[in-house]
Structures are given as C-alpha cells and as structure tokens.
Write a protein that binds this ligand. Structure first.
Ligand code: AP5
Ligand code: MG
Length: 214
C-alpha cells in the first residue's frame, strides 16, 4: 500500500502516518524528519535546508526529489510506504509519478487531512517534537509520560524552530499557494481521499483505515 499524506502544516500528517506505518508495517517517510535529522547532524543537506525551513519556506524541489525517489526504491519499501510531507509541489508530484511509472508502479491513495487554518496555530504552539526519533507529542492531547522527555527514546523534547506563531502563519501561506493545488491533482488522478482532521486522532485514523481497506 503506497499512501501520500496531504494537509496543512499541523493537520496531523505525521501523527496519522506513524499510526498507519505501524498498522500496515510499512515505512513512514517524512521529508521534514529527514531534514531535521540532517540539521541535527550538521550535514551539508541540513545546512542548506535549514535556511529555508527557518523562514517557513519550502526547500527547493531539487534537494527533495532525488532523496525521496532513492528512498522509495529501497528494499523495505517493496510492500509499500507512507509519504508524509512529500510531494509538496506539482513538480514534485510529477517527478514522483514519472519515477514510479518507470518501475511500472504508482501511488494507491493520497489522503488529505483537512483542518481549518484557525485550528492550526493553536495546535502548533502545543506540539513538542523529539528530534532524535521523530516522535510528536502535544501538551494537551498527547502529553509525554514524563514532562519534556520522549517516551520512545528518552531524548529531550523541543518546540520546533518553525513552530513559532509567525513562522506557522508563513508556512500556512506557502501551503495554500504551493501545496494545496495537489488536492486537485490527485482528485483528477482518482486517488484522493478527504478526511476530517479536526476530530479525535483515533477517529481520524479509523476513518483513514476504513477508506484505504474498502
Ligand atoms: P514538515 O515537517 O513536513 O512540516 P509540515 O508540513 O509543516 O507539517 P508538520 O510536521 O508541522 O505537521 P503535521 O501535519 O505532521 O502534524 P502533526 O502530526 O505533527 O516540514 C517542515 C519543513 O521542511 C517545511 O516547512 C519545508 O521547509 C521543509 N520540507 C519538508 N518536506 C518538503 C518538501 N517535500 N519540499 C520542500 N520542502 C519540504 O500534528 C501537529 C500537532 O497536532 C501535534 O502536536 C499533534 O499531537 C497534534 N494533533 C495531531 N492530530 C490531532 C487531532 N486529531 N486532534 C488534536 N491534535 C492533534
Ligand atoms: Mg509532520
């Protein structure tokens, strides 16, 4: 099963992708997590990506496309994968379609997790992230067992640099301009599933699972 997660920043793509990855036992590939790991390890890719991410802008397509295309060709992806945060522009979607077509392959579903802008800023200020293993918490909705510490790997939890309210607003603008057109793109391709992302995260999950296994 090959699934793309679409949705505004903070819609819950990462939260749902992680649960889907566990349920279907397929990799969760988050471009945001890959960049954050590179920033943490101070790699060349991380240094380049950081300058865009800190401003709430997208990293240029040429730094993202090959990375994802190489990743989905790895052996652990033969049964499927969840792409979280990619594609984010029409050229990225076209590049992915082309690379998969060359392997006689295609994406099965694009899941759009819908959350209005008003809900987003509030959600983001409560989010805490583990930069080591990618786990995500929320101070109100999913607090960690021990304050400030990741349940999974014991690392310190942080407020992401790009979760400051002014950067979140910038990211929302970039989303509407550059990523939202993908909803039509996948609707035309006949693989779009739209789910309400404002309800409890377990309900969102059940709705996605029943739609993709129908
Ligand atoms: P990325 O890391 O992908 O960030 P994003 O799209 O802005 O999305 P987020 O991770 O912020 O939100 P999410 O939808 O995963 O929500 P989450 O599950 O955490 O990208 C970061 C940056 O990297 C980009 O700005 C860009 O610069 C760059 N980048 C990445 N990919 C790129 C690409 N392909 N091309 C170019 N640049 C790229 O949930 C949010 C919070 O809400 C959490 O605290 C969670 O616990 C809570 N929550 C989740 N679901 C619910 C619910 N149902 N009810 C209540 N709370 C909930
Ligand atoms: Mg995420």
């Amino acid at each position: 099963m090959k699934i793309i997660m679409l949705g505004a920043p903070g819609a819950g793509k990462g939260t749902q992708a992680k649960m889907l990855s566990e349920k279907f036992n397929i990799p969760h590939i988050s471009t945001g997590d890959i960049f954050r790991a590179n920033i943490k390890n101070n790699t060349e890719l991380g240094k380049k990506a950081k300058t865009y991410m800190d401003q709430g802008l997208l990293v240029p397509d040429e730094l993202v496309v090959d990375l994802v295309v190489d990743r989905v060709k790895q052996e652990d992806c033969t049964k499927g994968y969840i792409l979280d945060g990619f594609p984010r522009t029409i050229p990225q979607a076209e590049a992915l379609d082309k690379a998969l077509a060359a392997l006689s392959d295609k994406v099965d579903f694009a899941v759009d997790v819908e959350v209005p802008d008003e809900n987003i800023v509030k959600r983001m200020s409560g989010r805490r992230a583990c930069l080591k293993c990618g786990a995500t918490y929320h101070l109100e909705h999913i607090p960690p067992k021990q304050e400030g510490i990741c349940d999974t790997c014991g690392s310190e939890l942080v407020l992401r640099d790009d979760d400051k309210p002014e950067t979140v607003l910038k990211r929302l603008g970039v989303y509407h301009e550059q990523t939202q057109p993908l909803i039509d793109y996948y609707k035309k391709a006949g693989i779009l599933l739209e789910v309400d992302g404002t309800v409890d995260m377990k309900v969102v999950f059940d709705n996605i699972v029943s739609a993709v296994t129908k």
